[in-house]
Design a protein around this ligand. Sequence first.
Ligand code: MG
Length: 387
Amino acid sequence: MVRRSVALLGATGSVGTQALDVLRREPERFELVAISSGTQLEGLAEIAREFSVARVGIARASDAPAMAALLEPGVEVVTGEDGLSELAASADIVINAVVGFAGLPVTMAALSAGKRLALANKESLIAAAPLVAAVRDTPGAQILPIDSEHCAIHQCLASSSAPGHPDVRRLILTASGGPFRGWSRERLRSATRADALVHPTWSMGPKITIDSSTLMNKGLEVLEASALFSVEVGRVTVVVHPQSIVHSMVEYVDGSVIAQLSRPDMRLPIAYCLGLPERLDHAWGALDFASGLSLTFETPDREAFPALGLAYDAAARGGAAPAWLSAANEVAVAACLEERLAWSDIVPVVAEVMARYVDDPLASLADLVENDAAARRLAAASVTKRS
Ligand code: MG
């Protein structure tokens, strides 16, 4: 068995921790060679010791001496965006579990270096779709989605090989509906951050848990699916499925619907992305049909959850619009998590920013950084006005 090297960027977060659990069980197959975290130095040091990791990345150069002091002698410490990019180009498989727009350098560096990118950071793909598309053709480069819905679609598309998937009628993303499923627009005015942070089926980090409660996560996933599978957004639909057993589906033109099922467990998509073309023998999320299984589906309430419509609008406008959507949402969600913005004001902040968007075709990375900053400024002003 060829042992493949893995860089795990965003190692101390929710996906990072679950990826470590997969790697821990497969020491013959995978060697963890690089890890990173923004500021969790102690957590990184612990992982570095357990896996004998050679290289460690952190956000700030000023933290480097403190980081080095926690590590065995000889472990290399790199910092900032350049450091992250270096780590992303250094392994056979790169897991991008960095949260938010900060994950973009990892995506770009891994693909430019012709690596397999196991992508949990949807924001980088959504914001920079035209730029990512340009480096995806690098020989050896491959994106495999860790996002459970997209990982499901990747599996369901196995019988469709033609570029652009003309034999596919639509991609059907499932949504749990989050903690506020069935709530009316009226009732949602009283929803709180604490309510939003309790997800009914998935255990995830705080940013994505909030995104799930507004359905912005599903909106972002529509954009993600369109970019990942080169399927226009009009062929990506969303269905609410509260049990989170069917992770997504593909409907072919002959009427066949192929679905992927398991209990919700992020280790399954992580293991899929690491192991492909082989499957790792662990049966995470295996279903017990003997104990009964009922699956239900319903249409999302787009009036109560306008985030979904905002995402489709951003997709229709293209260019930098998805980057604006994602950036404004990041600012609003961060403000909510820091108790500076009410939960019910998250989507209104994003809507206000999107109303100010002026079409921009997004020609370069510099262009993207500028657009991202502009959307963040407007979102920050909108947050201040409301708090
Ligand atoms: Mg998902």
